[in-house]
Design a protein around this ligand. Structure first.
Ligand code: ZN
Ligand code: ZN
Length: 233
């Protein structure tokens, strides 16, 4: 059996650029035959909806509560919904964090202020996993002369992002091999109709990934085969 997981998905409760709710995403991914997906909404330094005047606890509940609500439906539909975030480090450089939860978020109210290497260390100590999202993305909003973040702090690189051009993804795969890092992959979908239009990406595992811990263990051991859009296969 093969089990397909998209590890990069946004929803409208937290991400300003998203157009579907997490509940709608759960239904759409179930209909499309996925075994599961990770919700990785833009975190506080990114393109998020979260009001600046909220307390840290209120802000973290903005991420966690829609997840818990949608997880009930996901459990009913027998699809694995996993929690993550995508934090922005400027110049289009974003990092996906998996394997964290409300306890971690509440215990780390300085996580947006500390250097990336410290956050990666804390996430790793918690059993989590960090991955540079779309490392070679080339878009108008990203200056051409930016300095790449030090990837040696990270656990992995996103070597396939369905919203990137394929040469950008192939460069990311090269860099991952050179740097000896692990990998993740996903669609970066922001609405259900992107999925329906064939914007697909992710990893295929030979077993179910029912929890964030199982996801991080699988990523750390380099499990998973790339699942790409038809045009990129
Ligand atoms: Zn976005
Ligand atoms: Zn994203």
């Amino acid at each position: 059996m093969e089990y397909l997981y998209d590890l990069h998905v946004h929803s409208s409760e937290c991400s300003k650029c998203a157009h579907s709710t997490l509940i709608e995403m759960v239904k759409a991914y179930k209909d499309a035959g996925y075994a599961g997906f990770a919700i990785t909404n833009h975190f506080l330094r990114g393109y998020s909806w979260i009001p600046a005047e909220y307390t840290w606890e209120q802000k973290m509940h903005c991420y966690w509560d829609p997840y818990i609500e949608a997880k009930k439906l996901a459990d009913e539909l027998d699809i694995d919904l996993l929690f993550g975030i995508e934090e922005n480090y400027g110049m289009g450089q974003e990092v996906l964090f998996y394997g964290i939860d409300l306890d971690f978020l509440l215990a780390n109210p300085d996580m947006c202020d500390i250097p990336i290497e410290q956050l990666c260390k804390r996430v790793r100590a918690y059993g989590g996993f960090s991955s540079h999202a779309h490392p070679f993305r080339d878009r108008d909003y990203i200056p051409k002369d930016y300095k790449r973040m030090d990837i040696s702090y990270l656990d992995g690189l996103e070597i396939y992002n369905a919203s990137n051009k394929n040469p950008e993804n192939l460069q990311a795969e090269e860099l991952m091999k050179e740097a000896g890092l692990k990998f993740t992959a996903g669609s970066d979908n922001h609405m259900t109709w992107s999925l329906e239009r064939g914007n697909v990406g992710g990893l295929i595992f030979d077993h179910r990934i029912r929890t964030s811990k199982e996801l991080c263990d699988a990523l750390k051991s380099g499990e998973g085969r790339l699942y790409k859009k038809e045009a990129d296969r």
